[in-house]
Ligand binder design. Structure first.
Ligand code: NAP
Length: 489
């Protein structure tokens, strides 16, 4: 039986939350309005907040956009979409509540066999309660195929290697690994999806993509926001667990992995796991942690991290971290991968910067040419782009050489709408493509890099270096980069 002729029930647990309202429902609407969901799709919201179907639909509508269906037909698409949305309230650990939900689902699925997606858009502390209640209510009765049921979970997956392993094992009692889609939404971003294409489908990069020609790699994630009412959650995790162990390490693994013999989820994951396992555990010598303090920035006063009402006033949770990682293999031995992530910084950007080695014995040295090395900059957000700095003769008489940029800006180069990461990832879940999701062995290997240093930071009570909100971060991060002969961009 074709997938199109089956029902598809998408259950969003934690439907009243930010992630569900701002990302998941808009992504589902984007897919629906492009005709990418099966005809018999139904969407069920579940959380504790009491709402009628009508209020739920109103609440969803706030964040739906007409990007893919501009003009008059948008309303028609929205009506069609909202007609397929239903809401049930209940406690997360209540089998009975999920039995009630099951009845509504069966009513809507009718006699058709139904594939099911369970999206757990809830804090990880209740993942297990929900999984067990879902299992107990018989909602996960179908398995990995025909009809299938799948679960989607968001990081953080545990706080360290052992809590992550435990979560994997306990969730595994309800959902098999093949049914489990661990999202890292950075992998769904257009530029990150392009990384492998850029590396492996262009002859000009792959031969240079190694220690002989690359001097350093920087991966930076900067946010010019405070923890903004999420202080309670953030303080329990900190920037290393919230951004570095997942988003930055995932990006690094794609920058550094070997080519796959086959483009499928299994082969891609195998290569990513292989390279992540070749990264030695991070030590305190190669880590700088910081915490933002109050400051006037661009005419506005910003509270420091410790002033957030959800944060204990003696918290040593880092809001900034910079680390130098290495990879112990023939391609990368000796090349520093400098990664940093911070909140309350001077801008919002995520980018990868590949710095090539200096061109030796330049014929043009005597001309006093600009000898800064070639750099390839891949900007993930906000303005997706790929830039390559090259030496160029400045037009005019004489021979003046300067570095200039070959600049590919997505907004200008492509007419297509750039999909939100959640749109492509939701579609992958429905199609069963796990290439952009984190496998359990990859998760374990990622925690192995950071768990020892996280333990040390906490047991030794190491205080983060303060930095003013809106600044470039702690000074010690510059010294860390300089230790490896690198200057942060
Ligand atoms: N927001 C994002 O952009 C984002 C990005 C990456 C990852 N994530 C992850 O995705 C998940 C959901 O994110 P979110 O921002 O939507 O979270 P959230 O708003 O804090 O929580 C989602 C819903 O869960 C329920 N809830 C919250 N705290 C609870 C608690 N302590 N016990 C029981 N129920 C609770 C609430 O619904 P009711 O009170 O109605 O039950 C809430 O509306 C989290 O794991 C988060 O780490 C979020």
């Amino acid at each position: 039986m074709s997938e199109e002729s089956k029902a598809l029930s998408i259950v969003v647990i934690g439907a009243s939350g930010d992630l569900a309202r701002k990302k998941i429902f808009p992504a589902l609407f984007a897919l629906y309005s492009q005709g990418m969901l099966p005809a018999h799709v139904r969407i069920f919201g579940f959380s504790r907040s009491k709402m009628t179907d009508e209020t739920f639909r109103k609440c969803i509508t706030e964040h739906l956009t007409c990007r893919y269906v501009p003009g008059e037909s948008c309303q028609e698409h929205m009506d069609g979409f909202l007609d397929r949305c239903f809401y049930m309230s209940g406690q997360y650990d209540s089998r009975d509540a999920f039995l009630d939900l099951y009845q509504v689902m069966q009513r809507e699925e009718g006699a058709l066999p139904a594939n099911r997606v369970f999206y757990l858009a809830i804090p990880p502390s209740i993942f297990l309660d929900v999984a067990q209640a879902l299992g107990g209510a018989g909602l996960v009765q179908c398995g990995i195929s025909d009809p299938w049921s799948r679960v989607v979970i968001e990081k953080p997956f545990g706080r360290d290697r052992s809590s992550s392993d435990l979560l994997v094992q306990q969730m595994g009692d309800v959902f098999r690994e093949a049914q489990t889609f661990r999202i890292d939404h950075y992998l769904g971003k257009e530029v990150i999806q392009n990384l492998m294409v850029l590396r492996f489908a262009n002859l000009v990069f792959e031969p240079l993509w190694n220690r002989k020609y690359i001097k350093s790699v920087q991966i930076s994630w900067k946010e010019d926001l405070s923890v903004e009412g999420r202080g309670g959650y953030f303080d329990g995790y900190g920037i290393i667990r919230d951004v570095m162990q997942n988003h930055l390490l995932q990006i690094m693994s794609i920058v550094a992995m070997e080519p796959c013999t086959k483009m499928d989820a299994g082969h891609i994951c195998n290569e990513k796991v292989k390279v992540v396992r070749q990264i030695p555990a991070l030590t305190l010598d190669d880590l700088v942690v910081g915490q933002y303090t109050a400051a006037d920035w661009k005419g506005t006063y910003y509270n420091g991290y410790l002033e957030d009402e959800m944060v204990p006033n003696d918290s040593i949770t880092p809001t900034f971290a910079a680390a130098a990682l290495t990879i112990d293999n023939d391609r990368w031995r000796g090349v520093p991968f400098l990664i940093r992530a911070g909140k309350g910084l001077e801008c919002r950007t995520t980018e990868i910067r590949i710095q090539f080695r200096h061109a030796n014995k330049s014929m043009y040295a005597a001309l006093g040419a600009d000898h800064s090395p070639n750099e390839l900059v891949i900007r993930v957000q906000p303005d997706e782009s790929i830039m390559l700095t090259v030496a160029n003769k400045v037009p005019g008489m004489g021979m003046k050489i300067e570095r200039t940029q070959l600049d590919l800006r997505y907004q200008e180069a492509f007419e297509e709408i750039i999909p939100d990461a959640y749109e492509s990832l939701m579609l992958d879940v429905i199609r069963g493509d796990k290439s952009l999701f984190i496998r359990k062995d990859e998760l374990g290997a990622a925690w192995d890099i950071f768990t020892p240093v996280l333990k040390q930071l906490e047991t030794e009570g190491i205080a983060p270096e303060p930095y003013a909100f809106g600044s470039h971060g702690p000074k010690a991060a510059d010294a860390l980069a300089q230790k490896y002969g690198v200057t942060w961009a």
